[in-house]
Design a protein around this ligand. Structure first.
Ligand SMILES: Cc1ncc(COP(=O)(O)O)c(C=O)c1O
Length: 396
């Protein structure tokens, strides 16, 4: 029997998707499952994006340029300019989702065994992308007690070794919902400059910020030109997860030239989806105002509801559409499975993401879950009620 690679064996399972078979079983048994586990928004995709695909005039569905069509990249640069970010189309590579942008970034700046420091909890697939790239994640713990704010800079400095190549942040954060302030970005900028590291910022949720200050991108921070790499995506911004379009943005020419070689190896990002994503850039501001209002309402319903459940601790998110909740249980993997297999309240149950998979320090986050508030207000209220009833009867 030919053998599977060690890398393949070590690839982590998605903590979000591994419970899917149990949810399918619950559905088959006639239970209504409220899905709080996955960041698939229920918000409608802008019709102008969908229409652009319907009315295109292509004769041949050809490859596009490896870096994405020039017209589209010019429009992306304009989008950034409207958001007070100065980049040109030459600083942008269009990718197959933010996922591929992450892989290209890792491949362009790190070799086998290199280290990347990431505040945890973090987007679980960072673990998978790191394994695929043969690099090591070095976590720095952020805490629910202070809403998952940036850990003190000294904590980062303690972890820097000759192998450290980059710091990766997600801003605003999945799964924490925390948005880093301008001051926090400045702290990170000073440390990456001092130690000559890259700073990768995953800003795919940049449009989803709620109260207080506006989002501050690392691309707005002066002096970070050589260090900064932004990961971006249309998936959540326009509720276009299935388009599979994202981008890598950097003012560092060497990063772009190198990432382009990875892009050339996979030939091109999807052509039809670029047409849809380019049209999506004409989405009026009112769309985002409405979407933001909707998420803010859901966030408030969720946080108030969770805070009323005895023993539940929750960090208040001010961006993205996730939150981490600490529950009065020992093992959220077991709890999440039990919810699907053995529990119902008025024939309904909820699917949540156990949070341990969002940490790379083993044993941390075992009593936490991640909740995505991607359901409408009414469903969210029922889901919170179901969770509250479940916690009344659950025994670890
Ligand atoms: C923080 C973060 N980064 C990147 C991605 C990748 O998204 P996509 O490949 O759909 O652009 C996701 C998807 O959920 C995400 O939450």
């Amino acid at each position: 029997m030919p053998k599977i690679s060690n890398k393949g064996i070590n690839m982590p399972e998605s903590p979000i998707r591994k419970l899917v078979p149990f949810a399918e079983e619950a559905n088959k048994r006639g239970k209504k499952v409220y899905y709080l586990n996955i960041g698939q928004p229920d918000i409608k995709t802008p019709t102008l994006a969908l229409d652009a695909v319907k009315i295109h005039s292509l004769d041949i569905l050809a490859y596009s340029r490896s870096e994405g069509s020039e017209e589209y990249r010019k429009k992306i640069a304009k989008y950034y300019k409207n958001n007070a970010i100065e980049v040109t189309h030459n600083d942008i590579i269009v990718t197959t989702g933010g996922s591929e942008a992450l892989l290209f970034a890792f491949g362009s700046i790190m070799d086998e065994g290199d280290e990347i420091i990431i505040p945890e909890p973090f987007y679980a697939n960072y673990n998978g992308f790191s394994t695929a790239s043969s690099i090591n994640v070095v976590p720095v713990i952020s805490k629910i007690e202070n809403n998952f704010a940036l850990p003190p800079i000294e904590e980062f400095e303690k972890l820097i070794t000759p192998k450290t190549k980059a710091i990766l942040i997600c801003n605003p954060g999945n799964p924490t919902g925390y948005m880093y302030s301008k001051e926090e970005i400045k702290k990170l900028a000073s440390i990456v400059k001092k130690h000559d590291l890259f700073l990768i910022a995953d800003e795919v949720y940049r449009e989803f910020v709620y109260d207080g200050d506006p989002h501050y991108s690392i691309l707005q921070e002066p002096g970070l030109e050589a260090h900064g790499i932004v990961i971006d995506s249309v998936s959540k911004r326009y509720s276009m997860c299935g388009a599979r379009i994202g981008y890598l943005v950097s003012k560092n020419k060497d990063v772009i030239t190198t990432a382009l070689k990875f892009a050339q190896a996979r030939l091109s990002p999807p052509t039809l989806a670029q047409i849809a994503a380019e049209a999506a850039l004409d989405t009026p501001k009112s769309y985002f105002d409405e979407v933001r209002q909707e998420y803010m309402k859901r966030r408030d319903v969720l946080i108030e509801g969770l805070e009323r459940i005895p023993g539940v601790k929750v960090a208040k998110p001010n961006g993205a559409f996730y939150c981490i909740a600490e529950l009065p249980i020992k093992n959220s993997d077991d709890f999440a499975r039990w919810l699907l297999e053995s529990f119902d309240y008025e024939n309904s149950t909820v699917m949540v993401a156990p949070a341990a998979g969002f940490y790379s320090t083993s044993g941390v986050g075992k009593n936490q879950i991640r909740i995505a508030y991607v359901l409408n207000e009414e469903s969210l209220r029922v889901a919170i009620k179901v969770l509250a009833e479940a916690l009344k009867v659950y025994k670890d």
